[in-house]
Write a protein that binds this ligand. Structure first.
Ligand SMILES: NC(=O)c1ccc[n+]([C@@H]2O[C@H](COP(=O)([O-])OP(=O)(O)OC[C@H]3O[C@@H](n4cnc5c(N)ncnc54)[C@H](O)[C@@H]3O)[C@@H](O)[C@H]2O)c1
Length: 302
C-alpha cells in the first residue's frame, strides 16, 4: 500500500462505519498508518455494545495496511487527549486529523428537548474542538522544537450547516459552528504548519439511507454516486502534503462532484453616515434586498 500519504500518520474519528470507515481505508491504501477511532454508538448516540473500530483495523491489515483501533469518546477531554497521544506514542508522529464522528437527534424546534440539543452540539462541535485542540498543541510543540510539520485537519460540516435543514435545528447549528471553527483554526494554526479545511459530504450511510432512501439507493449498474467511498479521495488529498496552500476552505462533495463553497461576503450595502430612523432603515433594507442574491433554500422546504 503506497501513495500520496506514504509515511503519514492519520487519525480518523468515527471511523468504524460510514464515511469515516471509507476515509480510513482510503488513507491506508494511500500509504498512511491510521488510527481508527469509534465509540460504537447508535444512530442517536445511545451506547452500543462494542466499537466497530476493530473491524475496520482488521480490514486495513487484511489489505496489507497498518492501523490501530481507539474506542474513546472524542467529545471528552480524556477521549480526545488519549486519541492524539495514542497516535504519537504508537507511530511516533501525527500528520493528519479527520474529524468525522457524530450522530443525529432530529426534531422540529418546538419539539426539540434540551437533551437532544446538548447531545448533538456536544458530539459534533465539542467533538471537533477537542481532538483539534490536542492535535494542535502537539503540532505547536513540534514547530517550537524546530520540526514544523506538514499537518492537516479535515473537519466534517454538512449542507445542513451551510443552508439549514428542516427538523435539524441542533445539527444545523453544530455543523455551521464547525465552519466557524474551521476558519479560526486555519488562521490560528497556519504558523505551526497546519492547514484546516472542511467538507460537506453526501453519501449513503446509516445516517441517510432511510431518510433519503430514494436519493441514496445504489443503482443496479453503473456509477454508485452515493457510495461513501466517493467522498474519501478529496479527504485523502486534503490530508496529504500535496494540498499545500489550501486552507480555510469548505468543499461540498458527493458522487463525482467537488464544489468550492463560497461563504458569507458583503453584498449590497448602504451607509447613511449617521444613525438611521427605524422606518427609514426599513426602506433602505428593502432596496438592498431587491438587488441582493436570494439565499439558497433550506433543505426540506422545496
Ligand atoms: N452521510 C451523509 O450524507 C452526511 C452528510 C453530511 C454530513 N455527514 C457527516 O459525516 C460524518 C459521518 O457520518 P456518517 O454518515 O458516516 O454516519 P455513521 O453513523 O455511519 O458514522 C458515524 C460514526 O461516528 C461514531 N461516533 C458517534 N459518536 C462518537 C463519539 N462521541 N466518539 C467516537 N465515535 C463516535 C459512531 O459510532 C459511528 O460509527 C458525521 O459528522 C455526519 O454528520 C454525513
Amino acid at each position: 500500500m503506497s501513495g500520496i500519504c506514504d509515511g503519514r500518520v492519520v487519525v480518523v474519528t468515527g471511523a468504524g462505519r460510514g464515511l469515516g470507515r471509507a476515509h480510513a481505508l482510503a488513507f491506508a491504501a494511500a500509504g498512511a498508518r491510521v488510527v481508527v477511532n469509534d465509540l460504537g454508538v447508535g444512530l442517536d448516540g445511545t451506547p452500543g455494545a462494542d466499537s466497530p473500530a476493530a473491524r475496520v483495523v482488521a480490514e486495513i491489515r487484511a489489505a496489507g495496511g497498518e492501523a490501530m483501533a481507539h474506542g474513546g469518546d472524542i467529545a471528552t477531554t480524556e477521549g480526545a487527549r488519549s486519541l492524539i497521544a495514542t497516535a504519537v506514542e504508537r507511530y511516533g508522529r501525527l500528520d493528519t486529523l479527520v474529524n468525522n464522528a457524530g450522530f443525529l437527534r432530529d426534531r422540529m424546534l418546538v419539539n426539540l428537548d434540551e437533551d437532544d440539543w446538548d447531545a448533538v452540539l456536544r458530539v459534533h462541535l465539542k467533538g471537533h474542538f477537542l481532538p483539534l485542540k490536542h492535535a494542535a498543541a502537539h503540532w505547536r510543540s513540534e514547530a517550537k522544537a524546530g520540526r514544523t510539520p506538514v499537518a492537516r485537519i479535515i473537519n466534517t460540516s454538512s449542507g445542513a450547516g451551510l443552508l439549514g435543514s428542516l427538523g435539524q435545528g441542533n445539527y444545523s447549528a453544530a455543523k455551521a459552528g464547525i465552519v466557524g471553527l474551521t476558519l479560526v483554526a486555519a488562521a490560528e494554526l497556519a504558523r505551526y504548519g497546519v492547514q484546516v479545511n472542511a467538507i460537506a459530504p453526501a453519501a449513503r450511510t446509516r445516517m441517510t439511507e432511510r431518510t433519503f432512501a430514494e436519493t441514496m439507493a445504489a443503482p443496479t449498474a453503473g456509477f454508485d454516486a452515493m457510495a461513501p467511498e466517493n467522498v474519501s479521495p478529496l479527504v485523502v488529498w486534503l490530508g496529504s502534503a500535496a494540498s499545500e496552500g489550501v486552507t480555510g476552505r469548505v468543499f461540498e462533495t458527493e458522487g463525482g462532484r467537488v464544489t468550492v463553497m463560497e461563504g458569507w461576503r458583503p453584498g449590497p450595502s448602504a451607509d447613511k453616515g449617521a444613525r438611521w430612523d427605524a422606518d427609514e432603515v426599513g426602506d433602505a433594507v428593502r432596496k438592498l434586498l431587491a438587488c441582493a442574491e436570494p439565499p439558497g433554500a433550506v433543505y426540506g422546504t422545496t
